[in-house]
Design a protein around this ligand. Structure first.
Ligand SMILES: *Cc1c(COP(=O)(O)O)cnc(C)c1O
Length: 397
């Protein structure tokens, strides 16, 4: 990032950083470069085929990827960023590059499902990486889990799907006192609301598929952090594992990210309004949203999230499995689908059969919803929820 870019406001950065005038055509938006190979120099024998520095082959890095990486670094206040084909591509690149046989990793009990599978089933069984699942909302438990061979602590905050809050700066301090690195999956907050690197984390991970793209029409992921680590990840995992982002998806995410600040303002407002509304309904068993005063992590969330708490919340109805399914079936505006952070509101029912129920707090054990509140009018969404509650006989206020 150029020096003067550092001083720009977030809203300006998402419009300008990474954009520029195309030298060949003079067009003021960066074009999509879909070619995959570059003309080699006269004598190619000295080329490092794992290098991400030269125009060689698109798996080593393409121009649309680089423009996007510049923007993401700028909004994460990061030295460097690598964009990948998906959020999971970014997570597996991080774990693959930073962990080796007999190393130990501590990770949050509440994480995206693929993080759990990667670490709990694949990295330990296939590669002999030692793993410990910890309730990272409790710093004492994190401390107790540390071993001499612990290399990385990976937390997710807010945690998907129960919306748990872990204290980034406290865990960063603990990690660094013990010579351990900290990575934070920042997807549910987005860099607009939370900047893990400014709170002491070493890596900030985003699923670009979610808020940063924001339109539900492409996939991507990113790791931001210090250049010394990211160079290693680029060489080991981008080039040789190969979850490289396509130029088209990088371009789409670049376009989507231009409105990130505006969209997040609306997600933050709608998220809080709908969480507060759900709290008033007797037939709703609980609401988990970090912006609510009764959320157990509210004070920590307030200290590390600003200006808002995002649009993702979870809640449960008084009623069984069928009631939950019927409620979703009766929604007209809010769509039953996975993913989150889209322009439109999405809801997913996480039932009793979820294998990770034992890792969730008790009140989640009979099934619950994860609701990603979109940027629609909040009252329209509330009316939609009301009529669906009515149709399952649960509307009472
Ligand atoms: C969706 C998600 C991911 C995975 O991202 P993909 O782009 O779907 O691969 C990782 N972490 C969190 C918190 C997510 O919500």
């Amino acid at each position: 990032m150029r020096k003067e870019e550092k001083d720009l406001d977030f809203k300006t950065k998402v419009v300008h950083v990474g954009n520029g005038v195309d030298k060949e055509t003079g067009v003021i938006k960066r074009p999509i470069t879909m070619g995959n190979s570059y003309r080699l120099p006269y004598d190619p024998t000295d080329i490092n085929w794992s290098s991400a520095d030269s125009n060689l082959y698109t798996r080593n890095g393409g121009s649309n990827q680089k423009y996007l990486e510049n923007r993401l670094s700028s909004i994460a206040n990061s030295e460097d960023t690598i964009a990948f084909a998906s959020g999971v591509g970014a997570l597996s690149a991080l774990f693959f590059s930073m962990l080796t046989n007999k190393d130990h990793i501590i990770f949050s009990n509440i994480t995206y499902i693929a993080t759990y599978r990667l670490l709990n089933e694949l990295f330990n069984n296939k590669f002999g990486v030692e793993t410990t699942i910890v309730d990272t909302t409790n710093i004492k438990d994190v401390n107790l889990a540390i071993r001499p061979n612990t290399k990385l602590i990976h937390i997710e905050t807010p945690g998907n799907p129960t919306i748990s809050i872990s204290d980034i700066s406290a865990i960063a301090k603990l990690a660094h006192e013990n010579g351990i690195l900290l990575s934070v999956d920042n997807t549910l907050a987005s860099p607009y609301n939370q900047k893990p690197l400014c709170l002491g984390a070493d890596f900030s991970i985003e699923s670009l598929t979610k808020y940063i793209n924001g339109h539900g029409d492409s996939m991507g992921g990113s790791i931001s952090g210090k250049k010394e680590y990211l160079d290693k990840i680029r060489q080991q995992a981008q080039v040789n594992v190969g979850a490289v982002i396509s130029p088209f998806n990088a371009w789409l995410i670049m376009r989507g990210s231009t409105t990130l600040a505006l969209r997040m303002e609306q997600h933050n407002k709608n998220g809080l309004k709908i969480a507060k509304y759900l709290e008033t309904i007797d037939s709703i068993k609980f609401v988990s949203y970090p912006g609510l005063k009764n959320h157990i992590g509210h004070e920590i969330a307030k200290s590390q999230m600003s200006p808002g708490f995002g649009g993702v919340l979870s809640f449960a109805l008084n009623g069984g499995h069928d009631t939950h399914n019927q409620f979703i079936d009766n929604l007209k505006l809010i769509t039953s689908a996975v993913s989150l952070g889209h322009d439109e509101s999405l809801i997913v029912f996480i039932g009793k059969d979820d294998e990770r129920q034992c890792l969730y707090p008790k009140e989640f054990n009979n099934g619950f919803f994860r609701l990603s509140v979109g940027i629609e009018d909040a009252d329209d969404l509330i009316n939609d929820i009301n009529q669906a509650l009515n149709s399952v006989g649960l509307f009472n206020s």
